[in-house]
Design a binder for this molecule. Structure first.
Ligand code: ADP
Ligand code: MG
Length: 625
């Protein structure tokens, strides 16, 4: 291919498909009059592409003209020759008829190439656009899912759905364009030609359809079932494989390779067996259809022969009908044979519709825009329980945080600290009560815009393969080198980066594996800081670190609290001395609130936690010594 210097295809040669239309509507189920749930995929997609479909169908008639003209011309030639031989017409008349036939077929052949090209351009654009549209609407849906739902999804399964099922849905449309419509047109042309010649034989033609439809109905349920089983097995395998890859180091460390291999093998053989069943059912159906149509075709030939002997039709017409009948049964059996493809396509459609119909999405459209925030956060009688659970995890929490305040949240594991943070981020919505940001309920705000003003540093830093720079500036369209250096300086990362061979452009490895825990965490802090957020959240940011790393990360945290509302969830209580206020949580309730000194003097829950913390720290130190 002729490529320009930057590697892209020259503009004139390509018409990019980058307009991705909205295809959500394709996946919505509608209820029929009888109360049955139906998708009506073909109707919807035909409506969406009405003009190109109509035009490409017309072109198809021209494209296939040689095929349906050939039997007519052949019959005409045979009749002219037999009549000349029998003396009914002169040799010259016969040759003239043959000449006209030759001209007709030559014109039909010559127009085929340009028409085929034109039709391909038209259908290819329509199909590719649809394929891209379907994939893009699944991606949009995945991005709109709530965090709670997204967390429960198995990545491998979703990947399989995205790659295979969207293709299969796209395949349904392609099947409509390339197989169903053309074969219906051809079958109709064959029947119309037969009807125009002789009504009795044409009636014979019409029998083909009900026989084939009856056969396909007999098999369709089973074929769909088989395809569904195959898809489910494939998704399980994909999900199992994703888990295997994630656990690879753990597996090796415990010498469990064989166990893993047999577990994945059982998934693989599940897919193979399901595939075998699909093949068998498809083959049985195919051979039944073939036998039926061949039998009908033989019967048609005998019928025509009887009519010819009785002088009802000419010899040429036997050839015409026989060729037409063979073609017709070919078209009908092709139509019937796409049934397996349709089976897998409809199954994939229901699988993709499954994702598309998830209601657990964040609705941001039409919500209050959040161009900036000052950082006041208020919890007003907030209660929260996780879906499907009876127990309230947050019980009637009320808390006012002024912009710029640094709040530490402490409490035993499971007391609801992370839940509070997720309520601030808007990942979770209170069951009752409300979270207010700058005095306005968070539930009324556009969460996506709101989150531009907050940054979160979780316990486990999430890095991706790429450089330190890529990881820090993730998702930023613009930033200056000064901003990057300042974020690294504040995150206590500058020294580390300087010592690396490629500086800030050094590769961090997959999931950041080339960095230490503390370094990873500081990259995450720099990522949070470069966004200059009004609200900054640290959820046990230092819990997984050793003392030295913790010291560095702690230093980083202290240097970035100034000028913004900060929430620090801390495990080690010595690290939160500097907080303006400490909130002590116990079983979802705020049991104490005050400065470090106040709470220590009070000798209550915090004092108790702190002592326990110190004893544990000492015991750990002694154990290590
Ligand atoms: P903390 O951060 O204080 O350790 P969390 O806020 O993470 O505690 O969790 C509080 C409680 O909520 C725990 O008992 C935990 O089991 C429960 N919990 C957390 N996440 C979920 C969830 N997605 N579904 C159900 N229960 C959950
Ligand atoms: Mg937590």
């Amino acid at each position: 291919m002729n490529r320009s210097e930057n590697g892209s295809v020259p503009r004139s040669k390509q018409e990019r498909i980058d307009v991705v239309p909205d295809y959500d509507y394709l996946f919505a189920e509608t209820t029929t009059k009888k109360g049955k749930k139906k998708n009506g995929f073909f109707g919807k997609i035909a409506k969406m592409n009405f003009c190109p479909l109509l035009f490409s169908s017309l072109l198809y008639i021209f494209q296939t003209a040689p095929v349906w003209l050939m039997p007519l011309v052949t019959a005409d030639v045979i009749d002219a020759v037999t009549r000349a031989v029998g003396g009914a017409i002169t040799a010259q008349q016969a040759l003239k008829a043959v000449g006209i036939d030759a001209l007709i077929i030559t014109i039909a052949i010559l127009q085929n190439e340009p028409v085929t090209l034109l039709r391909t351009v038209l259908t290819s654009k329509m199909l590719r656009r649809t394929g891209a549209g379907i994939k893009s609407c699944v991606v949009r849906k995945l991005q709109s899912l709530s965090v709670t739902y997204a967390k429960d999804m198995e990545t491998g399964r979703i990947q399989a759905k995205f790659l295979k099922d969207t293709d299969a849905v796209d395949g349904l449309f392609s099947c409509l364009v390339n197989t169903i419509i053309p074969n219906i047109i051809s079958a109709v042309i064959a029947t119309v030609i037969a009807l125009s010649k002789n009504g009795v034989v044409a009636l014979f033609f019409l029998c083909v359809v009900p026989f084939n439809v009856a056969l396909s109905r007999l098999f369709s349920k089973k074929i769909r079932k088989r395809y569904r089983e195959l898809r489910e097995h494939t998704e399980s395998m994909s999900s199992r494989l994703a888990t295997m890859l994630e656990m690879l180091t753990v597996t090796k460390a415990h010498g469990l390779e064989q166990t893993e291999i047999s577990a994945v093998n059982s998934s693989i053989s599940g897919v193979a067996n399901a595939g075998k069943k699909v093949d068998l059912t498809g083959a049985r159906f195919g051979s039944w259809a073939w036998c039926l149509n061949t039998f009908l075709s033989a019967a048609c030939m005998v019928f025509c022969a009887v009519l010819a002997v009785r002088g009802k039709i000419s010899v040429g017409d036997i050839v015409l009908y026989q060729t037409m009948f063979v073609s017709l049964s070919g078209y009908v059996s092709t139509l019937v044979n796409v049934l397996p493809t349709l089976g897998s396509g409809f199954d994939a459609l229901s699988s993709v519709s499954g994702i598309m119909s998830v209601k657990d999405v964040e609705m941001n459209i039409g919500k209050r825009s959040v161009p900036s925030i000052s950082g006041d956060v208020e919890f007003k009688n907030v209660c929260y329980k996780y879906p499907g659970s009876e127990e309230y995890i947050i019980k009637n929490l009320s808390l006012k945080v002024k912009a710029g305040e640094c709040i530490a949240v402490v409490g035993a594991s499971g007391s609801g600290k992370s839940t509070i943070m997720n309520l601030v981020i808007g990942f979770l919505t209170p069951v009752s009560g409300s979270v207010l940001i700058d005095g306005k309920p968070l539930s009324e705000c556009n969460l996506s815009e709101y989150r531009h003003h907050i940054s979160v540093v979780p316990q486990n830093s999430i890095l991706f393969s790429g450089s330190i720079r890529d990881n820090i500036t993730y998702g930023l369209s613009r930033y200056t080198e000064e901003e990057l250096s300042r974020a690294m300086e504040l995150a206590d990362l500058a020294e580390v980066v300087k010592s690396m061979p490629y500086g800030v452009d050094s590769d961090v490895g997959e999931h950041g594996d080339k960095l230490s825990g503390g370094q990873k965490q500081r990259v995450t802090i720099a990522r949070a800081l470069i966004r200059n957020p009004a609200i900054l959240i640290f959820d046990e940011a230092t819990s997984a670190l050793d003392n030295i790393s913790e010291y560095h990360v702690q230093k980083a945290i202290s240097s970035c609290v100034a000028g913004r509302t900060t929430f620090i969830v801390a495990h080690r209580l010595s690290t939160i001395r500097g907080a303006d206020r400490i909130i002590v949580m116990d079983k979802g309730e705020c049991v104490e609130e005050g400065t470090y000194e106040e709470l220590m003097a009070k000798k209550g829950k915090f004092f108790e936690l702190k002592n326990l913390n110190d004893v544990n720290a000492k015991a750990a130190e002694e154990a290590l010594a």
